[in-house]
Design a protein around this ligand. Structure first.
Ligand code: PEP
Ligand code: MG
Length: 323
């Protein structure tokens, strides 16, 4: 199998029906970057910046961050890298910040909520990213945006940082795209202007599924009860993809399910054209995509829904066995 993945490494993830899927990788540490060329990824679809903060025992300095982000962009050799601003709180706790005693941290003061209430770190991070880009394009996205106004407030921080950098005479990125992670159901129902104004959306399926089913992603007992290929969840994902298509907003999926071949295939069948996953998953996902006809799979999914089944998985597995 490894050899088969190596032989398709430089080939596109193109299905039998001619759909071209962008496969990107998730990363968060420098150690992840050597896998970029060898995995065949078209870029980094999710760079989890909090990992750099979590592996230290004191707050990193802006100059350190900027040097690090520059090395990440260098390693990507012109391929896009989507930097997600700090997603702390919930399960990710910084030892050098005052602990925040919350009964329900996954739904608590985390991610962009911290970034907007205490913008010091967010501002430092945005400046570090702009300095690292230094004439190159910059892609930034905000974690855990639950409503339109949080996106506009965070975007205003980007504009302020850009203005500040300009005043200081620092070189600026050649362009900046500002995206949001869609990982709370509420954002899927945001007003149309959100979809029109956001530069891109990345669906964080791990959190989105947790909040869709109200089932803790860390709790094996309840997590396994709900299938990603559950028809209700797939319908919701499909509606998000349709809203993005209606406003011409690029959309990707970067949760762990993107790296599971059967799940990835179904995500492509409901219209996703960009998936971001751990590097080792790119070969297996690409291999299955290249052997599949999404139009047929779409029919299998539609028939299953029509029958009122709970999950499309059994029908999809049967269809795959018949291939
Ligand atoms: C997600 O929630 O799907 C996601 C990609 O972010 P994380 O797993 O870091 O919460
Ligand atoms: Mg998340």
């Amino acid at each position: 199998a490894l050899q088969r993945y190596a032989s398709i490494r430089d080939k596109p993830a193109e299905t039998l029906c001619g759909a071209k899927i962008d496969l990107m990788m998730n990363a968060g540490l420098m150690a992840d970057l050597p896998s970029l060329p060898s995995s065949g990824a078209e870029g980094v679809g999710l760079f989890r910046t909090e990992l750099q903060f979590l592996v230290r025992n004191q707050m990193p300095k802006r100059s350190e961050l900027s040097a690090l982000y520059a090395r990440v962009m260098d390693a990507a050799q012109g391929r896009p890298v989507v930097f997600r601003t700090l997603d702390i709180g919930s399960d990710k706790v910084l030892t050098y910040m005052k602990p925040n005693d919350e009964p329900n941290p996954a739904m608590g003061w985390r991610a962009i909520r911290v970034g907007l209430d205490k913008p010091g770190i967010l501002r430092m991070q945005l400046q570090a990213l702009m300095r690292a880009a230094n004439g190159r394009p910059l892609y930034v996205m905000f974690p855990f945006v639950a409503q339109y106004e949080e996106y506009t407030q965070a975007r205003a921080e980007v504009n302020k940082a850009l203005e500040r950098e300009r005043r200081l005479g620092h070189p600026l990125p050649s362009k900046i795209e500002v995206g949001a992670m869609l990982e709370t159901p509420s954002l899927g129902f945001a007003p149309r202007k959100f979809f029109e104004e956001v530069d891109f959306i990345s669906i964080g399926g791990n959190d989105l599924k947790q909040f869709f089913f109200a089932a803790d992603r860390e709790n094996e007992r309840v997590r396994r009860r709900y299938d990603t290929l559950n028809v209700s969840f797939l319908s919701f994902l499909e509606q998000i993809v349709e809203r993005c298509a209606a406003s011409n907003t690029p959309v990707s999926f970067c949760g762990e399910d993107a790296g599971r071949p059967v799940e990835a295939l179904c995500l492509a069948a409901i219209g996703l054209r960009r998936l971001s996953m751990r590097p080792a998953s790119i070969g297996p996902v690409k291999s299955l995509l290249r052997r599949s006809n999404l139009e047929e799979l779409r029919k299998v999914i539609a028939d299953t829904r029509h029958r009122g089944a709970m999950s499309v998985r059994p029908a999809v597995m049967e269809w795959l066995r018949d291939q």
